[in-house]
Design a binder for this molecule. Structure first.
Ligand code: PLP
Length: 440
Protein backbone atom coordinates (compact mmCIF):
# COMPACT_ATOMS: atom_id res chain seq x y z
CA UNK A 1 0.00 0.00 0.00
CA UNK A 2 1.46 3.35 -1.06
CA UNK A 3 1.06 6.53 0.96
CA UNK A 4 1.80 8.56 -2.12
CA UNK A 5 -0.93 10.28 -4.06
CA UNK A 6 0.16 9.25 -7.51
CA UNK A 7 -0.83 11.20 -10.62
CA UNK A 8 -3.22 8.40 -11.41
CA UNK A 9 -4.44 6.70 -8.27
CA UNK A 10 -4.35 2.91 -8.40
CA UNK A 11 -2.03 2.72 -11.38
CA UNK A 12 1.01 0.49 -11.05
CA UNK A 13 4.04 2.60 -11.92
CA UNK A 14 7.42 0.98 -12.56
CA UNK A 15 10.00 2.14 -10.01
CA UNK A 16 12.78 4.17 -11.62
CA UNK A 17 16.06 3.56 -9.81
CA UNK A 18 18.85 4.65 -12.13
CA UNK A 19 19.53 6.74 -15.19
CA UNK A 20 22.45 6.80 -17.60
CA UNK A 21 22.65 8.63 -20.92
CA UNK A 22 19.42 8.22 -22.90
CA UNK A 23 18.22 5.42 -20.60
CA UNK A 24 16.25 5.04 -17.39
CA UNK A 25 16.29 1.68 -15.55
CA UNK A 26 13.54 0.37 -13.29
CA UNK A 27 13.85 -1.76 -10.17
CA UNK A 28 13.58 -4.98 -12.20
CA UNK A 29 16.55 -3.90 -14.34
CA UNK A 30 14.41 -3.10 -17.37
CA UNK A 31 15.86 -0.40 -19.61
CA UNK A 32 13.76 2.38 -21.17
CA UNK A 33 14.88 4.78 -23.91
CA UNK A 34 13.80 8.20 -22.73
CA UNK A 35 12.55 9.40 -26.10
CA UNK A 36 10.45 12.15 -24.57
CA UNK A 37 12.93 13.47 -21.99
CA UNK A 38 10.07 12.84 -19.53
CA UNK A 39 8.05 15.79 -20.77
CA UNK A 40 10.77 17.45 -22.87
CA UNK A 41 12.93 17.97 -19.80
CA UNK A 42 16.02 15.74 -19.87
CA UNK A 43 17.93 17.44 -22.69
CA UNK A 44 21.28 15.94 -21.61
CA UNK A 45 19.80 12.57 -20.79
CA UNK A 46 20.41 11.13 -17.35
CA UNK A 47 23.29 10.97 -14.89
CA UNK A 48 25.50 13.48 -16.75
CA UNK A 49 28.67 13.48 -14.67
CA UNK A 50 29.71 17.05 -15.46
CA UNK A 51 26.38 18.46 -14.31
CA UNK A 52 26.49 16.35 -11.16
CA UNK A 53 30.05 17.52 -10.44
CA UNK A 54 28.98 21.16 -10.82
CA UNK A 55 26.08 20.54 -8.44
CA UNK A 56 28.36 18.87 -5.89
CA UNK A 57 30.79 21.78 -6.11
CA UNK A 58 27.92 24.19 -5.43
CA UNK A 59 26.71 22.12 -2.48
CA UNK A 60 30.21 22.07 -1.01
CA UNK A 61 30.14 25.87 -1.02
CA UNK A 62 26.56 26.93 -0.33
CA UNK A 63 23.25 25.11 -0.58
CA UNK A 64 20.91 28.09 -0.26
CA UNK A 65 20.85 31.81 0.39
CA UNK A 66 17.55 33.67 0.37
CA UNK A 67 17.44 36.30 -2.40
CA UNK A 68 16.02 38.97 -0.07
CA UNK A 69 19.37 38.87 1.74
CA UNK A 70 21.94 37.92 -0.89
CA UNK A 71 22.76 37.42 -4.49
CA UNK A 72 25.05 34.47 -5.35
CA UNK A 73 27.66 33.76 -8.04
CA UNK A 74 25.53 30.90 -9.40
CA UNK A 75 22.53 33.18 -9.83
CA UNK A 76 24.49 36.06 -11.37
CA UNK A 77 26.45 33.77 -13.70
CA UNK A 78 23.32 32.07 -15.00
CA UNK A 79 21.62 35.42 -15.63
CA UNK A 80 24.75 36.61 -17.50
CA UNK A 81 24.85 33.39 -19.50
CA UNK A 82 21.20 33.70 -20.53
CA UNK A 83 21.60 37.38 -21.44
CA UNK A 84 24.66 36.60 -23.57
CA UNK A 85 22.65 34.20 -25.73
CA UNK A 86 19.21 35.82 -25.55
CA UNK A 87 16.98 36.84 -28.43
CA UNK A 88 17.60 40.51 -29.37
CA UNK A 89 16.46 42.96 -26.70
CA UNK A 90 16.01 40.47 -23.85
CA UNK A 91 18.44 41.56 -21.18
CA UNK A 92 17.29 40.42 -17.75
CA UNK A 93 16.00 37.25 -16.11
CA UNK A 94 13.84 36.49 -13.09
CA UNK A 95 14.22 32.93 -11.79
CA UNK A 96 11.51 30.58 -10.56
CA UNK A 97 11.20 26.82 -10.05
CA UNK A 98 9.26 25.64 -13.09
CA UNK A 99 7.17 26.43 -16.13
CA UNK A 100 3.86 27.37 -14.51
CA UNK A 101 5.66 29.74 -12.14
CA UNK A 102 7.40 31.37 -15.10
CA UNK A 103 4.03 31.94 -16.78
CA UNK A 104 2.48 33.34 -13.59
CA UNK A 105 5.44 35.71 -13.32
CA UNK A 106 5.01 36.74 -16.97
CA UNK A 107 1.34 37.61 -16.49
CA UNK A 108 2.04 39.60 -13.34
CA UNK A 109 5.00 41.40 -14.86
CA UNK A 110 2.94 42.36 -17.92
CA UNK A 111 0.30 43.82 -15.65
CA UNK A 112 2.76 45.61 -13.39
CA UNK A 113 4.50 47.18 -16.37
CA UNK A 114 1.19 48.41 -17.78
CA UNK A 115 0.33 50.03 -14.46
CA UNK A 116 3.77 51.60 -14.15
CA UNK A 117 3.53 52.92 -17.72
CA UNK A 118 0.33 54.71 -16.77
CA UNK A 119 -1.98 52.30 -18.61
CA UNK A 120 -3.88 50.66 -15.76
CA UNK A 121 -6.84 49.96 -18.07
CA UNK A 122 -4.82 47.25 -19.86
CA UNK A 123 -6.11 44.00 -18.44
CA UNK A 124 -7.14 41.61 -21.21
CA UNK A 125 -5.04 38.54 -21.93
CA UNK A 126 -5.34 36.81 -25.29
CA UNK A 127 -3.96 33.34 -25.88
CA UNK A 128 -4.71 30.44 -28.22
CA UNK A 129 -7.01 27.46 -28.02
CA UNK A 130 -5.28 24.08 -27.83
CA UNK A 131 -2.33 25.49 -25.89
CA UNK A 132 -0.86 24.46 -22.56
CA UNK A 133 0.76 27.06 -20.32
CA UNK A 134 0.78 25.29 -16.97
CA UNK A 135 -1.46 24.16 -14.18
CA UNK A 136 -1.59 27.05 -11.68
CA UNK A 137 -4.55 29.42 -11.83
CA UNK A 138 -3.17 32.13 -14.11
CA UNK A 139 -1.51 29.62 -16.40
CA UNK A 140 -4.65 27.48 -16.51
CA UNK A 141 -6.79 30.52 -17.28
CA UNK A 142 -4.73 31.43 -20.35
CA UNK A 143 -4.28 27.79 -21.35
CA UNK A 144 -6.51 26.65 -24.15
CA UNK A 145 -7.02 23.04 -23.19
CA UNK A 146 -10.74 22.95 -22.45
CA UNK A 147 -10.60 19.68 -20.51
CA UNK A 148 -7.95 20.97 -18.07
CA UNK A 149 -9.91 24.18 -17.45
CA UNK A 150 -13.43 22.74 -17.16
CA UNK A 151 -13.74 21.96 -13.42
CA UNK A 152 -11.91 25.10 -12.36
CA UNK A 153 -13.52 27.58 -14.73
CA UNK A 154 -15.56 29.40 -12.04
CA UNK A 155 -12.30 30.28 -10.29
CA UNK A 156 -10.31 31.39 -13.33
CA UNK A 157 -9.56 34.97 -14.38
CA UNK A 158 -11.19 36.15 -17.60
CA UNK A 159 -9.11 35.42 -20.71
CA UNK A 160 -9.72 35.40 -24.45
CA UNK A 161 -8.75 32.78 -26.97
CA UNK A 162 -8.04 32.81 -30.69
CA UNK A 163 -7.21 29.96 -33.07
CA UNK A 164 -3.93 28.10 -32.82
CA UNK A 165 -1.69 27.58 -35.85
CA UNK A 166 -2.68 24.02 -36.73
CA UNK A 167 -1.83 23.65 -40.37
CA UNK A 168 -2.67 19.94 -40.67
CA UNK A 169 -6.34 20.48 -39.85
CA UNK A 170 -7.07 24.16 -40.27
CA UNK A 171 -5.29 25.41 -43.39
CA UNK A 172 -7.77 25.47 -46.25
CA UNK A 173 -7.03 23.50 -49.40
CA UNK A 174 -6.85 26.65 -51.51
CA UNK A 175 -4.74 28.58 -49.01
CA UNK A 176 -0.93 28.95 -48.94
CA UNK A 177 0.75 28.56 -45.55
CA UNK A 178 1.48 32.31 -45.65
CA UNK A 179 -2.16 33.18 -46.40
CA UNK A 180 -3.27 30.88 -43.58
CA UNK A 181 -0.87 32.65 -41.19
CA UNK A 182 -2.20 36.01 -42.34
CA UNK A 183 -5.78 34.87 -41.71
CA UNK A 184 -4.84 33.89 -38.15
CA UNK A 185 -2.98 37.17 -37.61
CA UNK A 186 -6.11 39.03 -38.74
CA UNK A 187 -8.17 37.00 -36.28
CA UNK A 188 -5.83 38.15 -33.51
CA UNK A 189 -6.11 41.77 -34.58
CA UNK A 190 -9.89 41.52 -34.78
CA UNK A 191 -9.94 40.17 -31.21
CA UNK A 192 -7.70 43.03 -30.05
CA UNK A 193 -10.03 45.54 -31.77
CA UNK A 194 -13.09 43.89 -30.23
CA UNK A 195 -11.61 44.23 -26.74
CA UNK A 196 -10.34 47.75 -27.47
CA UNK A 197 -6.64 47.89 -28.35
CA UNK A 198 -5.80 50.07 -25.33
CA UNK A 199 -7.33 47.53 -22.97
CA UNK A 200 -5.26 44.52 -24.05
CA UNK A 201 -2.30 43.60 -21.89
CA UNK A 202 -0.64 40.71 -23.69
CA UNK A 203 -0.83 37.98 -26.29
CA UNK A 204 0.64 34.68 -25.11
CA UNK A 205 1.65 31.76 -27.33
CA UNK A 206 3.87 28.71 -27.40
CA UNK A 207 6.34 29.29 -30.23
CA UNK A 208 6.04 25.61 -31.14
CA UNK A 209 2.99 24.00 -29.53
CA UNK A 210 3.99 21.05 -27.37
CA UNK A 211 1.82 18.86 -25.18
CA UNK A 212 -1.62 19.79 -26.53
CA UNK A 213 -0.99 19.55 -30.29
CA UNK A 214 2.21 17.49 -30.48
CA UNK A 215 5.12 19.61 -31.78
CA UNK A 216 3.25 21.93 -34.11
CA UNK A 217 5.27 24.88 -35.43
CA UNK A 218 3.77 28.07 -36.81
CA UNK A 219 3.50 28.72 -40.55
CA UNK A 220 6.02 31.10 -42.19
CA UNK A 221 5.40 34.74 -41.44
CA UNK A 222 2.81 34.20 -38.70
CA UNK A 223 4.91 35.34 -35.76
CA UNK A 224 6.31 38.31 -37.70
CA UNK A 225 2.74 39.51 -38.27
CA UNK A 226 1.86 38.81 -34.62
CA UNK A 227 4.85 40.91 -33.56
CA UNK A 228 3.71 43.79 -35.82
CA UNK A 229 0.15 43.65 -34.53
CA UNK A 230 1.26 43.58 -30.89
CA UNK A 231 3.56 46.57 -31.49
CA UNK A 232 0.82 48.49 -33.28
CA UNK A 233 -1.53 48.14 -30.30
CA UNK A 234 1.02 48.36 -27.49
CA UNK A 235 0.25 44.76 -26.56
CA UNK A 236 3.08 42.76 -24.98
CA UNK A 237 4.10 39.55 -26.71
CA UNK A 238 4.78 36.73 -24.25
CA UNK A 239 6.29 33.59 -25.74
CA UNK A 240 6.00 30.37 -23.79
CA UNK A 241 9.15 28.43 -24.57
CA UNK A 242 8.90 26.29 -21.45
CA UNK A 243 8.80 23.14 -23.58
CA UNK A 244 10.07 24.16 -27.01
CA UNK A 245 12.92 26.40 -25.88
CA UNK A 246 16.52 25.98 -24.71
CA UNK A 247 17.73 24.12 -27.78
CA UNK A 248 14.88 21.66 -28.23
CA UNK A 249 14.07 22.81 -31.79
CA UNK A 250 17.69 23.18 -32.92
CA UNK A 251 18.25 26.82 -31.95
CA UNK A 252 18.64 27.89 -28.34
CA UNK A 253 15.32 29.74 -28.53
CA UNK A 254 12.56 28.58 -30.86
CA UNK A 255 11.70 32.21 -31.72
CA UNK A 256 15.10 32.61 -33.43
CA UNK A 257 13.65 30.55 -36.29
CA UNK A 258 10.69 32.93 -36.52
CA UNK A 259 12.90 36.00 -36.82
CA UNK A 260 11.28 37.79 -33.90
CA UNK A 261 11.89 38.42 -30.21
CA UNK A 262 9.18 38.62 -27.57
CA UNK A 263 8.85 41.19 -24.77
CA UNK A 264 8.70 38.43 -22.18
CA UNK A 265 9.67 34.79 -22.52
CA UNK A 266 9.08 31.85 -20.19
CA UNK A 267 11.66 29.06 -20.20
CA UNK A 268 11.99 26.02 -17.96
CA UNK A 269 12.30 22.34 -18.76
CA UNK A 270 15.52 22.25 -20.83
CA UNK A 271 17.03 25.07 -18.78
CA UNK A 272 17.95 22.72 -15.95
CA UNK A 273 17.50 19.50 -17.90
CA UNK A 274 15.79 17.83 -14.94
CA UNK A 275 18.83 18.02 -12.68
CA UNK A 276 17.00 20.58 -10.55
CA UNK A 277 13.59 22.25 -10.78
CA UNK A 278 14.15 25.65 -12.39
CA UNK A 279 12.31 28.01 -14.67
CA UNK A 280 12.81 31.61 -15.66
CA UNK A 281 11.15 34.68 -17.06
CA UNK A 282 13.35 36.58 -19.50
CA UNK A 283 12.39 40.19 -20.17
CA UNK A 284 13.28 42.98 -22.56
CA UNK A 285 15.49 45.85 -21.46
CA UNK A 286 12.47 48.14 -21.94
CA UNK A 287 10.38 46.18 -19.48
CA UNK A 288 13.23 45.98 -17.02
CA UNK A 289 13.82 49.75 -17.29
CA UNK A 290 10.14 50.54 -16.73
CA UNK A 291 10.21 48.72 -13.42
CA UNK A 292 13.72 49.90 -12.52
CA UNK A 293 12.74 53.54 -13.07
CA UNK A 294 9.29 53.05 -11.61
CA UNK A 295 8.58 51.13 -8.42
CA UNK A 296 12.04 49.53 -8.46
CA UNK A 297 10.74 46.07 -7.56
CA UNK A 298 8.77 43.30 -9.21
CA UNK A 299 5.88 42.62 -6.88
CA UNK A 300 6.42 38.90 -7.03
CA UNK A 301 8.83 36.44 -5.48
CA UNK A 302 9.05 32.90 -4.15
CA UNK A 303 11.18 31.51 -1.35
CA UNK A 304 13.16 29.43 -3.82
CA UNK A 305 13.62 32.16 -6.44
CA UNK A 306 17.17 31.85 -7.74
CA UNK A 307 18.05 28.75 -5.73
CA UNK A 308 21.87 28.45 -6.03
CA UNK A 309 21.87 24.69 -6.59
CA UNK A 310 19.27 24.97 -9.35
CA UNK A 311 21.21 27.84 -10.95
CA UNK A 312 24.51 25.92 -10.76
CA UNK A 313 22.89 22.88 -12.37
CA UNK A 314 21.28 24.96 -15.13
CA UNK A 315 24.52 26.83 -15.83
CA UNK A 316 26.36 23.52 -16.18
CA UNK A 317 23.66 22.20 -18.53
CA UNK A 318 23.86 25.29 -20.73
CA UNK A 319 27.67 25.28 -20.83
CA UNK A 320 27.74 21.59 -21.78
CA UNK A 321 25.27 22.19 -24.62
CA UNK A 322 27.72 24.75 -26.05
CA UNK A 323 30.91 22.87 -25.18
CA UNK A 324 29.71 19.68 -26.86
CA UNK A 325 28.12 21.51 -29.79
CA UNK A 326 24.82 19.82 -29.02
CA UNK A 327 22.61 22.21 -30.98
CA UNK A 328 24.30 20.90 -34.12
CA UNK A 329 23.41 17.38 -32.98
CA UNK A 330 19.81 18.45 -32.34
CA UNK A 331 19.66 19.77 -35.90
CA UNK A 332 21.30 16.72 -37.48
CA UNK A 333 19.64 14.00 -35.42
CA UNK A 334 16.36 15.92 -35.38
CA UNK A 335 16.37 15.89 -39.19
CA UNK A 336 17.19 12.19 -39.07
CA UNK A 337 14.35 11.53 -36.61
CA UNK A 338 11.95 13.43 -38.83
CA UNK A 339 13.09 11.42 -41.89
CA UNK A 340 12.81 8.08 -40.09
CA UNK A 341 9.34 9.01 -38.80
CA UNK A 342 8.29 9.94 -42.34
CA UNK A 343 9.61 6.61 -43.62
CA UNK A 344 7.85 4.60 -40.92
CA UNK A 345 4.59 6.57 -40.69
CA UNK A 346 4.38 8.60 -43.91
CA UNK A 347 2.14 5.93 -45.49
CA UNK A 348 0.78 4.45 -42.29
CA UNK A 349 -3.00 4.02 -42.59
CA UNK A 350 -3.57 5.53 -39.14
CA UNK A 351 -1.02 8.34 -39.03
CA UNK A 352 -2.24 11.56 -40.63
CA UNK A 353 0.69 13.86 -39.99
CA UNK A 354 4.34 13.86 -38.97
CA UNK A 355 5.59 17.28 -37.82
CA UNK A 356 8.03 19.10 -35.60
CA UNK A 357 11.35 20.83 -35.41
CA UNK A 358 14.70 19.52 -34.26
CA UNK A 359 14.41 17.01 -31.43
CA UNK A 360 10.76 17.96 -30.99
CA UNK A 361 8.64 15.78 -33.25
CA UNK A 362 5.06 14.56 -33.23
CA UNK A 363 2.77 12.21 -35.09
CA UNK A 364 -1.00 12.56 -35.20
CA UNK A 365 -3.08 9.40 -35.15
CA UNK A 366 -6.28 9.29 -37.22
CA UNK A 367 -8.88 6.64 -37.97
CA UNK A 368 -9.06 7.78 -41.59
CA UNK A 369 -6.22 9.55 -43.40
CA UNK A 370 -8.54 10.89 -46.10
CA UNK A 371 -11.10 12.55 -43.86
CA UNK A 372 -8.67 13.06 -40.92
CA UNK A 373 -11.40 11.63 -38.69
CA UNK A 374 -9.92 10.74 -35.29
CA UNK A 375 -10.50 7.52 -33.38
CA UNK A 376 -13.32 7.35 -30.85
CA UNK A 377 -11.89 9.03 -27.72
CA UNK A 378 -13.45 6.25 -25.62
CA UNK A 379 -10.67 4.00 -26.96
CA UNK A 380 -8.09 6.17 -25.16
CA UNK A 381 -5.63 5.30 -27.86
CA UNK A 382 -2.99 7.70 -26.57
CA UNK A 383 -2.93 5.89 -23.22
CA UNK A 384 -2.68 2.52 -24.97
CA UNK A 385 0.23 3.73 -27.11
CA UNK A 386 2.04 4.88 -23.97
CA UNK A 387 1.43 1.51 -22.34
CA UNK A 388 2.60 -0.43 -25.40
CA UNK A 389 5.66 1.79 -25.74
CA UNK A 390 6.60 1.32 -22.07
CA UNK A 391 6.19 -2.44 -22.48
CA UNK A 392 8.80 -2.17 -25.28
CA UNK A 393 11.19 -0.07 -23.18
CA UNK A 394 10.31 3.24 -24.80
CA UNK A 395 9.20 6.49 -23.19
CA UNK A 396 7.18 8.78 -25.48
CA UNK A 397 4.58 11.43 -24.59
CA UNK A 398 1.19 10.61 -26.14
CA UNK A 399 -1.82 12.80 -25.47
CA UNK A 400 -5.51 12.85 -26.39
CA UNK A 401 -7.80 15.70 -27.32
CA UNK A 402 -5.47 16.91 -30.07
CA UNK A 403 -8.24 18.14 -32.34
CA UNK A 404 -10.55 20.01 -29.99
CA UNK A 405 -9.66 19.05 -26.43
CA UNK A 406 -11.80 15.91 -26.64
CA UNK A 407 -11.06 14.08 -29.86
CA UNK A 408 -7.81 13.15 -31.51
CA UNK A 409 -4.55 11.51 -30.43
CA UNK A 410 -0.92 12.36 -30.97
CA UNK A 411 2.48 11.18 -29.79
CA UNK A 412 5.14 13.74 -28.86
CA UNK A 413 8.83 12.89 -28.93
CA UNK A 414 11.63 14.92 -27.33
CA UNK A 415 14.75 12.74 -27.14
CA UNK A 416 17.88 13.91 -25.33
CA UNK A 417 20.19 16.16 -27.37
CA UNK A 418 22.93 13.52 -26.99
CA UNK A 419 20.94 10.91 -28.98
CA UNK A 420 22.73 9.25 -31.89
CA UNK A 421 21.25 7.66 -35.01
CA UNK A 422 21.18 4.16 -33.45
CA UNK A 423 19.01 5.50 -30.65
CA UNK A 424 16.76 7.27 -33.16
CA UNK A 425 16.39 4.01 -35.14
CA UNK A 426 15.38 2.15 -31.98
CA UNK A 427 12.91 4.88 -31.01
CA UNK A 428 11.18 4.76 -34.40
CA UNK A 429 11.14 0.96 -34.52
CA UNK A 430 9.67 0.58 -31.03
CA UNK A 431 7.18 3.41 -31.59
CA UNK A 432 6.00 1.77 -34.81
CA UNK A 433 5.39 -1.50 -32.98
CA UNK A 434 3.64 0.29 -30.10
CA UNK A 435 1.30 2.25 -32.40
CA UNK A 436 0.40 -0.89 -34.38
CA UNK A 437 -0.17 -2.92 -31.20
CA UNK A 438 -2.34 -0.17 -29.64
CA UNK A 439 -4.55 0.22 -32.71
CA UNK A 440 -4.76 -3.56 -33.07
C1 PLP B 1 4.45 25.12 -22.92
C2 PLP B 1 4.37 24.85 -21.45
N1 PLP B 1 4.19 25.88 -20.60
C3 PLP B 1 4.13 25.69 -19.28
C4 PLP B 1 4.24 24.43 -18.73
C5 PLP B 1 4.17 24.24 -17.24
O1 PLP B 1 5.40 23.86 -16.73
P1 PLP B 1 5.51 23.10 -15.32
O2 PLP B 1 4.88 21.77 -15.50
O3 PLP B 1 6.99 23.06 -15.08
O4 PLP B 1 4.81 23.95 -14.32
C6 PLP B 1 4.42 23.33 -19.57
C7 PLP B 1 4.52 21.97 -19.02
O5 PLP B 1 4.42 20.99 -19.71
C8 PLP B 1 4.49 23.55 -20.97
O6 PLP B 1 4.64 22.53 -21.83
Amino acid sequence: MTHLMHRQIGKDYPIAVRGEGVHIYDSTGKQYIDASGGAAVSCLGHGHKDVIDAMKAQLDKLEFAHTSFFTTPALEDLADDLAAHAPPGLTHTFFVSGGSEAIEAAIKMARQVAVERGEPQRRHLISRRQSYHGITFGALAIGGRASARRDFSPLLIETHHVSPVYEYRDRRANETPEAYGERLAQELEAKIDELGGDNVLAFIAETVVGATLGAVPAVPGYFKRVRQICDKHGVLLILDEVMCGMGRTGTLHACEQEGIAPDLMAIAKGLGGGFMPIGALMMSGKIFDTIARGSGAFQHSHTYTGHPLACAAALAVQRIIRRDNLLANVQAQGAYLSRRLQERFGNHPFVGDVRGRGMFQGIEIVADRGTKEPFDPARKLHAKIKQEAMARGLMVYPMGGTMDGKRGDHVLMAPPFISDSDTIDQIVERLGEAVDAAIG
